[in-house]
Design a protein around this ligand. Structure first.
Ligand SMILES: O=C(O)CCC(=O)C(=O)O
Length: 277
């Protein structure tokens, strides 16, 4: 069975006890309709701006096919920043993690038709650990900007695998991948879920959930905003690569539609490609 599903109603997301329990038990929940069609249109327009795309780089998988990424450290004041700062995203993570959170980074991930590559099995905490975060009190929100299907490389998760704790990771291709023999064993006991999402839906998942995604074998682009949060109490020490605690200025959900800034990316701090750890 797939993750429990919730939905945004009247542009608001209520984090119920059931949502908290599902997140705790399964390590992930699906939120349908996180972004409305109008919001989605604005977010896509922003992510298509050359001011963002000039920072794009590839991260080849072990067969040399590459998904493409743009990474920024701070949300900023453009439409994508409003998404990361909106209550329906950020406050939801705060409630799921049970304490103040801050923006750790956001990625725009693109799998181009036919050539977009795989992400190997990994846990986000597999490498955030190496960036100095002492606790896995961290999570990710995968927001589909296009329909994400098996054919174009939707996210796949091993439900409840966050309960295995952090697994050893090594370099696979130009990526960081989890110990594959261990993953093969975990595959025998955890449900392997293909998180097929409509554009605007999202998967909220814990930093120790094992996940992967296949290459894009279709004619349809697969883009996603992948927003990471850390708990304020989990400020990384001297090994940090992504920001230490920085107050997150949350905004009402209406700020996404009200935001007219689709071109000024001041303050986001785009990342140049870094070697894997
Ligand atoms: O976009 C995807 O398919 C997966 C992205 C991911 O796992 C990551 O950025 O850590």
């Amino acid at each position: 069975m797939g993750p429990t599903e919730f939905e945004v109603k009247d542009n608001s997301l209520t984090v119920t006890e059931e949502a908290k329990r599902s997140f705790e038990e399964d390590g992930c929940i699906i939120v349908r309709g996180l972004l409305s069609d109008l919001e989605l249109h604005k977010v896509r327009k922003t992510t298509e701006d050359p001011g963002i795309l000039k920072h794009q780089y590839g991260r080849p998988d072990k067969r040399g096919k590459e998904p493409k990424l743009v990474l920024w450290q701070h949300p900023g004041n453009d439409v994508t920043g409003m998404v990361a700062r909106s209550k329906k995203v950020a406050e939801t993570c705060q409630k799921l993690l049970g304490g103040e959170i801050y923006h750790y980074h956001t990625k725009l991930i693109t799998k181009e038709p036919y050539i977009g590559g795989t992400f190997e099995w990994h846990q986000d905490y597999g490498y955030w650990y190496k960036y100095g975060c002492l606790f896995p009190d961290m999570m990710t929100v995968f927001v589909a900007l296009d329909d994400c299907t098996r054919e174009n490389g939707c996210l796949q998760v091993l439900k409840a695998s966050h309960k295995c704790g952090r697994i050893d990771h090594t370099i696979v291709g130009d990526q960081t991948g989890a110990d594959i023999e261990r993953v093969q064993e975990i595959l025998k006991v955890c449900d392997h879920v293909y998180a097929e999402l409509k554009a605007g839906d999202a998967l909220f998942f814990h930093s120790n959930v094992l996940h992967t995604s296949s290459d894009n074998c279709s004619a349809n682009e697969r883009r996603a905003l992948v927003i990471a949060y850390n708990k304020a109490s989990n400020d990384p020490g001297p090994h940090q690569k992504h920001p230490g605690y920085t107050h997150l200025d949350m905004v009402e959900n209406s700020a996404i539609l009200n935001c007219e800034n689709v071109t000024d990316f001041t303050g986001k701090e785009f990342w140049a490609k870094q070697p894997q750890v």
